[in-house]
Design a binder for this molecule. Structure first.
Ligand SMILES: Cc1cc2nc3c(=O)[nH]c(=O)nc-3n(C[C@H](O)[C@H](O)[C@H](O)COP(=O)(O)OP(=O)(O)OC[C@H]3O[C@@H](n4cnc5c(N)ncnc54)[C@H](O)[C@@H]3O)c2cc1C
Length: 487
């Protein structure tokens, strides 16, 4: 988009749609949209940013972009940590954060209809104030990051054991297609109710797992859950192996656990303010330090029910030769100011992201993916070994999903974004960890940057890939929607 006259004309047209105040092509403002704020990815470049306030405005922006064959990138806060909304081919970034309302809550069917740019802060605040008996599944990401972006990218929530990935929390969608047509999928297609995706063909899949490359979601029906009394436990395991063994038993014990995840020793020390330092052993278990710090959340309608669940949980842990304790009792592990931060885990308005330590310089990126429960432990040791070869002490985080049917594992490397050499080294390390993880056979990256997506597809069935490419072409004939993300 080099000709000034074209830029000016487009600017005028965009301002005509959203109003002068909500369009910009000023470099200092565009700069904020060029990159994923924390990753080792190279920044991109966009020509305009717009902030629409309604579906109709989104529709007109997309129609204009399709007419002019200009890229359009849906964006909420750009902190997905995979670089999946870096504007790689210029064009218009559509910042959706003005579309942040809860439009409806249906208490009978326990769902909310929300706008496409709603953030965790918006959603949680609204529910706490207006529907305290209901809650949403939330991530550990900062309150200013998006709900729909996390759901369509298979994000993990603190109700992951009971409900699966964010994608499984979606009941229905309203989407502006890359041609400017608006569609609704799910029960909302033919009724005023957004209770589910059944029994129509499940077209929501056209917009889930595509990283914003098939349309802009302007509304979504999302599942809510009863906000029951909860108890949180820390499960200590000498090794990741022994901890995961306990989690697998807990998953099959029918305890109605709503969330079950763990951090390794390095991540735990990060929560205590310790940075990547030579004093932290690569293999804590060899130094006699537990390497598995599990967090288990149980809910129940009565104290008696919670007591019974606790008894079973403790019994399983002790049969495996390990120990569990109530969350509050484990806080003695932390210094006084960190206790305040850590308590955010159990208090709903604030999220645990505060304890995620980034090295000075603010960089952090992970190699993360979904994996068979059979291979989770192997993935951990393989990636840890790869990180060790690069001299990095890796933070690991694993979560059992949907009753324990599958798992997610992510190994995070903190780094300084101010040091180009370090960024290069970290990139190499992340790529090697990725290669190692894939050797187990079931590991698939989620929110993958283009290089990782290419690896995902290396062994994919060619007929399925061809089908995906045809679908993409059908939906987005001019290839304008978030291009360069790897398909
Ligand atoms: C400290 C920290 C902790 C985190 N913890 C978690 C966690 O526990 N679980 C988890 O899942 N994630 C986590 N994240 C990742 C991420 O921040 C969240 O998933 C977040 O909710 C999504 O990020 P975002 O809003 O910045 O999305 P963006 O980066 O803005 O968008 C992500 C993708 O969605 C697309 N998109 C966005 N909105 C729309 C729309 N309306 N229609 C179509 N496409 C759209 C974009 O084009 C892009 O491809 C964490 C991040 C940080 C920094």
């Amino acid at each position: 988009m080099t000709k000034l006259v074209e830029v000016n004309k487009l600017y005028e047209e965009l301002a005509g749609i959203v109003g002068e105040r909500f369009v910009s092509n000023r470099p200092e403002e565009l700069f904020l949209y060029h990159w994923d704020f924390v990753t080792a990815e190279e920044p991109g470049k966009c020509d305009f940013v717009v902030m629409p306030g309604t579906t109709e405005e989104v529709r007109q922006i997309v129609e204009l972009a399709n007419r002019e064959k200009i890229p359009v990138v849906p964006w909420i806060s750009g902190i997905n940590i995979g670089g999946v909304c870096i504007p790689r081919m210029g064009g218009i970034v559509v910042d959706l954060r003005r579309m942040n309302k809860v439009l409806e809550v249906n208490e009978d069917d326990m769902y909310a209809v929300v706008e496409g740019g709603i953030t965790w802060g918006d959603l949680k605040g609204y529910l706490l104030k207006n529907h305290p008996d209901l809650r949403a599944g939330i991530t550990w990401s900062p309150p200013g990051t998006g709900v729909i972006s996390a759901y369509i990218c298979y994000g993990m929530l603190d109700l992951g054991m009971i409900g699966g990935t964010g994608a499984e929390f979606i009941n229905g969608l309203e989407v502006v297609l890359p041609t400017g047509k608006v569609v609704r999928v799910g029960s909302c297609m033919s009724t005023d109710y957004w209770y589910g995706r059944q029994p129509y063909p499940d077209l929501a899949g056209l917009f889930i797992g595509w990283e914003g490359t098939t349309g802009i979601i302007t509304k979504a029906g999302i599942k809510l859950w009863p906000n029951l009394p909860r108890r949180d436990y820390i499960v200590l395991g000498k090794t990741v192996d022994s901890g995961v063994r306990i989690f697998k038993r807990l998953a099959k014990a029918g305890l109605g656990i709503v969330d079950m995840c763990f951090l390794n020793f390095v991540w735990l020390t990060a929560t205590q303010g310790v940075r990547d330092s030579e004093n932290i052993p690569y293999e804590p278990e060899k130094a006699g330090l537990p390497d598995f710090y599990g967090l288990v959340t149980v809910t129940g309608a009565t104290e008696k029910e919670l007591d019974a669940k606790e008894e079973t949980l403790m019994k399983i842990c002790s049969e495996e030769g390990e120990m569990a304790t109530r969350f509050g009792d484990a806080l003695g592990l932390f210094s006084e100011n960190q206790i305040g931060e850590f308590l955010t885990y159990t208090s709903t308005p604030i999220q645990l992201y505060t304890v995620w330590d980034f090295a000075r310089g603010g960089g952090g990126e992970w190699t993360g993916g979904y994996v068979s429960s059979k291979h989770l432990v192997d993935v951990y040791y393989r990636m840890r070994e790869a990180a060790k070869r690069h001299g990095r002490r890796p933070q690991f985080y694993g979560r059992a999903m949907f009753g324990g049917h599958y798992w997610i594992g992510r190994m995070n490397i903190s780094f300084s974004k101010n040091d180009p050499q370090e960024i290069q080294k970290v990139r190499k390390c992340l790529m090697d960890m990725d290669e190692e993880a894939r050797k187990v056979g079931s590991f698939i990256r989620y929110k993958p940057p283009p290089w990782a997506k290419a690896r995902n597809f290396e062994k994919a069935d060619p007929n399925t890939l061809e089908l995906m490419q045809k679908i993409k072409k059908l939906i987005d004939p001019n290839g304008i929607m978030n291009p360069g993300q790897g398909l």
